[in-house]
Design a protein around this ligand. Structure first.
Ligand code: FAD
Ligand code: NAD
Length: 155
């Protein structure tokens, strides 16, 4: 099967957009990710899927912690920064939650510790136990990703 056909099909699944963040040797690193899912309520678990070529992979293996930050509609630029889609480097200041770097102004932030790792094909799934969580009270809209484009919710 052609890669493009697979990606075109998977792109029809509209998702939110997250930035996954971690810290190694006092340096925060972020990566845009839409392969994110809530897994279990008791215990509270989430899963993220990180490509073998992503530098985030070794960083999470080292730190054993990560945060998932669900972006709001006005945070598209942050998504582009952490997907390497902007040419120039932008400084991003992280907040902290449970000792993990998080993105200020995200709709929700979950700080997680890795409880299991599964290598599947060219990605690694990290199961994270949520140790702290924070939800934005503003009712702002989420950033949406569909068919390879950023979108927004409409009534
Ligand atoms: P790099 O390419 O080194 O970093 C990514 C970018 O973030 C760089 O431009 C870097 O300068 C910037 N950056 C990192 N840390 C900081 C910091 N502290 N301050 C300022 N800038 C910083 N890939 C997956 O593996 N899984 C997914 O689920 C996934 N979903 C995606 C969803 C969308 C909507 C998009 C657009 C891309 C997605 N990707 C996903 C691809 C992934 O975001 C990119 O391949 C990314 O560039 C890989 O990052 P990296 O860890 O290799 O780090
Ligand atoms: P695209 O058309 O490449 O992606 C559409 C959908 O295909 C994505 O939402 C995802 O579900 C799937 N997909 C894409 N690349 C994948 C990969 N390497 N492994 C597993 N599933 C993948 O969308 P785009 O806007 O051109 O993406 C921008 C860049 O971000 C591309 O380089 C793409 O590979 C990467 N990306 C990676 C993932 C991922 O690794 N899970 C997810 C989304 C985007």
């Amino acid at each position: 099967m052609d890669d493009r056909l697979f990606r075109n099909a998977m792109g029809k699944f509209a998702t939110g957009v997250t930035v996954v963040a971690t810290e190694v040797d006092g340096k925060a690193h972020g990566m845009t990710a839409n392969a994110f899912m809530s897994v279990s309520l008791n215990p509270k678990l989430v899963v993220i899927s990180i490509a073998e070529k992503a530098s985030m992979l070794e960083k999470i293996k080292k730190s054993n912690t990560f945060s998932v930050n669900i972006l709001s509609a006005d945070q598209q630029e942050l998504s582009m920064i952490f997907a390497g889609q902007l040419k120039e480097h932008r400084e991003v200041v992280f907040d902290r939650l449970g000792g993990v770097p998080v993105i200020a102004g995200a709709l929700a932030q979950a700080a997680c510790e890795v409880t299991a790792t599964h290598v599947e094909g060219d990605h690694t799934l990290f199961i994270g136990r949520v140790i702290e969580i924070s939800v934005e009270e503003s009712n702002a809209d989420p950033l949406i990703y569909f068919s390879g484009k950023y979108r927004s919710l409409s009534e």
